[in-house]
Design a protein around this ligand. Structure first.
Ligand SMILES: [Zn+2]
Length: 638
């Protein structure tokens, strides 16, 4: 897409040029006998009289001379040679002034493609753009294929060229070689690929972000990496490669561990440790030294445990890693934890709450000015992610947010984050003592770990602050009881705690291979149902395994939630020291609480998680309600 001036489809007088996109599209409609020649003439007369900038296609649609479906069908059938900007304008997806802004911007940055510019200037989202190209013009969306690139095909074009020209060759099929393009309307690039590959190509599209990531991943992967000799440059490249692989795959930890005769690298992915590569033991020492240099640890020290921190830039993203070196009988083992991998879901909308729960969490919990909000669950249940999501939601120029974290796991612009560091005497207690004096509106206490931090949270809430914090308990009611057990007065808890959100992370079924699974009476019983009472049990899915999920049957993770928003009956139950069973019953009956088990059942019925994961991960403290009732409670129906 070149930034030329005749992108706009009208002349000064408002009359379409003979080869304007509007006329090209109208011509196709006439050819397909959707539109008669007299209809076209009529639409043109109407358009001339219009004061608006509506394109001919929009006028045809508004006059009901053709439906959007008919227009789309003709576009898909003929795929006319219209430039992206003209097409978007003609379809009414951008305004002429938007397009002028974008083209002016493009003149300053000629290397950028129009699609990119439209996205960067927030005129269109990348998703909209892909939708236009795939739905309107029928270009195949190849994002899923980007995860399955054939190295043989990939090697035929230099990665730098792919980046410059905005394309990625994927693999050979019966119809030709699949190639994803940023802008599939650029005939010059299509000609280039056809020439380089010397075969038919199938033109597809994908988001540039995904394509760029795929290019980097493949560029690294096609380099031979198993015959490392220990040469310094090679070691540097190997460490970079390992970090890049881990970042791309959404790995949370990298384990580099020596044994008697080899060095093993394993990745923790979706909570499970999986073997990645093995290397000759000879490279252990230079490899460890390189990691130490990056992490700011002592290279000369090889007989004591150490830790460090490193920041590396990969794919335009800053990776923050915490590194721990541990001395074993076979030498040092390093574990690198990636603190801000793609697993971080920073938008509260994306943490996976059901529609109704998501609305309540925002309106009844986060939007309420003061009070304590507790996120609870075991280690690795995604509490920090939810906490950051909430902070992201509350973060604006009129709000002062301050944190005490051990350590800061994700840096958010616009808030004051403090990382606990006992080495230099920044202790948790010391930090919490100072935090309130900073005139904050929102205080984030990384974790309530003792009576002191609990008191700090309660005191801050009593003086009108909003406090977000985490806790280690099984479920939401457990969070309240735990505070009682810390000898905090029940009336203080009931007057400050707004909400307790319990959560778990469970493995997400691979959507490519999971198969239907009808629950057996025994399985229903294990969920807490009485099989005799359930007329039509929900249908679940089960894990199978395929190429795309490395035959694990699972890909990624899903968060399961239990949101308790305290109301008067629950507060009364707390003050009168009712049993946990009673408090749970009252919460379920009066607050609209959906238990972890119930949220799990709802997500399993949607095919996201399996029966096995429910049994493995979710507490079954009370009988779940029937599925149709759960759907209503979760806001999925009615
Ligand atoms: Zn699969």
């Amino acid at each position: 897409m070149s930034g030329s001036e005749n992108q706009a489809s009208k002349t000064d007088k408002g009359r379409p040029e003979p080869d304007s996109p509007g006329l090209i599209i109208a011509g196709l409609l006439v050819e397909d006998e959707v539109l008669g020649p007299e209809d076209l003439a009529y639409a043109q007369r109407v358009q001339e009289k219009l004061t608006s900038d509506d394109g001919l296609t929009a006028v045809i649609r508004e006059l009901n001379l053709a439906t959007q479906d008919q227009i789309t069908a003709s576009l898909r059938k003929h795929r006319p040679k219209i430039r992206l900007g003209d097409l978007l304008l003609e379809l009414g997806l951008v305004t002429p002034s938007d397009l002028r802004t974008a083209l002016a911007f493009q003149q300053q940055f000629p290397e950028k493609k129009l699609g990119e510019v439209l996205i960067e200037t927030h005129i269109l989202t990348e998703r909209d753009l892909i939708e236009v190209l795939s739905i309107q013009l029928g270009f195949r969306n190849m994002e899923a294929e980007l995860h399955d690139i054939d190295p043989k095909i990939f090697r035929k074009i230099k990665p730098e060229w792919m980046k410059k020209r905005g394309l990625v060759p994927i693999r050979e099929t019966d119809e030709g070689v699949l190639v994803a393009f940023v802008d599939p309307l650029e005939s010059e690039q299509i000609a280039f690929v056809t020439r380089e590959l010397g075969s038919n190509i199938v033109v597809g599209i994908a988001r540039w972000l995904e394509m760029e990531a795929a290019i980097e991943r493949m560029a690294m992967a096609v380099q031979p990496q198993t015959t490392v000799t220990g040469d310094e440059n090679e070691i540097v490249a190997l460490v970079n490669w390992l970090l890049a692989q881990a970042a791309q795959d959404g790995v949370s930890d990298i384990h580099v561990e020596p044994s008697k005769d080899k060095l093993r690298v394993r990745f923790r992915q979706d909570g499970v440790l999986v073997p990645f590569r093995e290397y000759p033991i000879e490279i252990a020492t230079p490899l460890m030294s390189r990691i130490k240099v990056l992490a700011g640890a002592d290279i000369a020290e090889r007989r004591r445990h150490q830790d460090g921190r490193m920041m590396v830039v990969h794919g335009g993203r800053e990776l923050d890693l915490r590194v721990s070196f541990y001395v074993t009988i076979h030498g040092e083992k390093a574990v690198l934890r990636l603190l801000n991998t793609g697993n971080m879901m920073l938008d509260i909308k994306e943490i996976g709450m059901s529609p109704r729960m998501g609305t309540r969490f925002k309106e009844d919990v986060l939007d309420v000015p003061g009070g304590v909000v507790i996120v609870t669950g075991p280690t690795g249940s995604g509490k920090t992610t939810t906490l950051y999501g909430a902070v992201g939601y509350l973060n604006n120029v009129n709000t002062s947010i301050i944190t005490a974290e051990d350590p800061v796991e994700y840096v958010i612009d616009g808030i004051s984050q403090c990382s606990i560091n006992t080495k230099i005497n920044i202790t948790y207690e010391e930090t919490l003592r100072h935090i309130v004096r900073q005139d904050p509106d929102v205080i984030v206490i990384g974790e309530i770990r003792d009576r002191f931090s609990a008191d700090t949270a309660i005191q801050a809430a009593l003086t009108g602050h909003k406090v977000l914090t985490t806790f280690h308990t099984e479920d939401s009611i457990g969070g309240l009881l735990r505070l009682l057990n810390m000898n905090i007065e029940a009336f203080l808890i009931s007057s400050t705690v707004v909400s307790v959100l319990a959560q778990r992370l469970v493995r997400r079924l691979c959507q490519h291979c999971s198969e239907d699974h009808d629950l057996t009476p025994d399985e229903l019983r294990r969920l807490g149902y009485n099989p005799a009472e359930i007329k039509s049990p929900p249908r679940f899915k089960r894990a199978v395994g395929c190429e795309r999920c490395s035959h694990r049957g699972y890909r990624g993770r899903v968060a399961i939630f239990e949101l308790l928003v305290l109301n008067e009956p629950v507060k009364d139950a707390l003050i009168s020291r009712k049993t946990s069973h009673e408090i749970r019953r009252i919460s379920t009956e009066t607050t609209g609480l959906v238990t972890l088990l119930e949220d799990g059942i709802t997500k399993a019925a949607r095919g996201e998680i399996s029966f096995e994961e429910i049994i493995r991960k979710l507490p079954r403290l009370s009988k779940p309600r029937p599925y149709h009732e759960l759907r209503r409670l979760q806001g999925e129906v009615g």
